[in-house]
Design a protein. Structure first.
Length: 435
């Protein structure tokens, strides 16, 4: 039975690189009908506060990465770690370093076997390290505290972990860990080290590059299934051209064979796109709920709300876009994008043209996408101007924004009266001398 585990050191935030490690462990275990476990490596008492642990648990729960057994807390396994150290001392694989006069007690060091070490990483392929590059190392500090390497290996043995899937930064440690397994007479698990997540400059992706923690994505309106989908693709591909996959589809397709060894570049635009695709699959009621939550006035007219949702569907990429991108549908007091006003409305003739467009639109009957578009095109031809000279000012006048859904669909949802009033108000407000 395949058993994988996620072994975070809680620090109060969960970096996407860590949660991607959790995800790959989870996907691999599920795909192989194995088990996925969680071990909280909370031996750093300063950082591993109960709140920090809670943050890890909450992130995993939100993403649906449910472990198959209750979590193991490393801090509660100290006796087992020290027993293992004792066993290593007795078998001659470890020795005490006398601190002598410092009186600080004796550290315990592991004796490296003095031969070349090699293993085949499931992502990086065969790796080796010469004996001279591996020195003895501390497994129990002079204050009696077990060191990471010992605790990590002893706990993986205890949890019967068959596959250790973790970040690239642990590749070098693995040579030491393998020597520990062997000295403890335990089967050596398979190892897979995942590529780093980097920014556009190829440096490790960090908070200063943008959202980097699971909590950021959650509070910014991303869907857990979209974040999972995106993180799965950050270093792996399903082997076909699918990019939008549900968690079940990811499980069905996942394999360590197609995990890339080279660094994976974080691309927020792609995540947004994937999130938008997942949003569109959600039922209308969920969309309504989020609109109501973001814009209290959205509740007033259910038919109008549905029309707005339909027209905004392919524009809303995450829930937090709703108030910014769709707020204008529900308020006459919408803000104007200053740059857009500067560029499009403060041009010579722009307001006069907008006024002419208003008069033409007032004649549209019915007020449909076809008639409003034909009206605008006719005016463009009659005046010998560019379509953009009409389209942009009109969009800004009725929405305040330089971007948004299809202009003519948006006009129809707003309705003729609102559109005409909004144009009037805009012309008034930005008429020369008014500001
Ligand atoms: N606590 C270690 C980390 O978060 C775990 C390494 C491992 O997965 O073995 O980097």
């Amino acid at each position: 039975m395949i058993r994988t585990r996620f072994a975070p050191s809680p620090t109060g935030n969960v970096h996407i690189g860590n949660i991607r490690a959790a995800l790959y462990n989870w996907l691999f275990a599920r795909h192989q009908q194995g088990q996925f476990l969680l071990r909280i490596e909370d031996t750093d008492r300063e950082r591993s506060t109960p709140e920090a642990v809670q943050t890890v648990l909450a992130a995993m729960e939100w993403l649906g990465l449910t472990p198959d057994e209750p979590p193991v807390y490393q801090s509660q396994r100290r006796t087992a770690h020290l027993t293992a150290a004792q066993q290593l001392l007795e078998s001659g694989h470890a020795y005490k370093q006398d601190k002598g006069a410092t009186g600080k007690g004796e550290a315990i060091l592991f004796r490296m076997p003095g031969q070349e070490s090699q293993f085949t990483d499931l992502v990086k392929g065969p790796l080796r390290k010469a004996a001279k590059d591996m020195t003895d190392f501390v497994i129990v500090r002079s204050d009696g505290a077990p060191v990471f390497h010992l605790a990590n290996v002893v706990d993986d043995i205890h949890m019967n972990v068959t596959h250790v899937i973790r970040g690239d930064d642990h590749t070098e440690n693995t040579f030491r860990h393998i020597a520990l397994y062997q000295a403890l007479d335990a089967p050596v698990p398979a190892f897979a080290h995942l590529p780093m997540i980097v920014n556009a400059q190829g440096k490790p992706y960090a908070k200063r590059d943008g959202d980097a923690f699971v909590g950021d994505f959650r509070s910014n309106g991303y869907l857990p299934e979209a974040l999972l989908n995106y993180l799965a693709l950050l270093g792996w591909s399903p082997g076909d051209d699918r990019e939008v996959l549900t968690p079940d589809e990811l499980v069905a397709a996942f394999d360590l064979d197609r995990v890339q060894a080279s660094a994976a570049q974080f691309d927020l635009r792609k995540l947004e796109w994937i999130n938008g695709e997942h949003l569109r699959k959600l039922p209308r009621t969920t969309h309504r709920e989020h609109y109501r939550r973001a814009i209290p006035q959205a509740d007033r007219d259910p038919a109008y709300l549905d029309a707005v949702i339909a027209v905004m569907e392919d524009r809303i990429k995450k829930w937090s876009d709703i108030p910014i991108m769709a707020g204008f549908f529900f308020s006459e007091d919408y803000p104007y994008d200053e740059k857009a006003v500067q560029k499009r409305l403060h041009r010579t003739g722009a307001l006069e043209l907008l006024g002419a467009l208003r008069e033409a639109l007032a004649q549209c009957d019915p007020f449909s996408e076809e008639t409003t578009e034909a009206t605008l095109r006719a005016l463009v031809t009659a005046r010998g101007v560019k379509p953009a000279d009409c389209i942009h000012p009109l969009r800004i006048a009725v929405s305040g924004l330089p971007f948004g859904p299809s202009l003519f669909a948006m006009l129809v949802v707003l309705g003729r009266d609102r559109v005409l009033q909004r144009i009037d108000r805009t012309c008034n407000r930005f008429a020369p001398g008014k500001e």
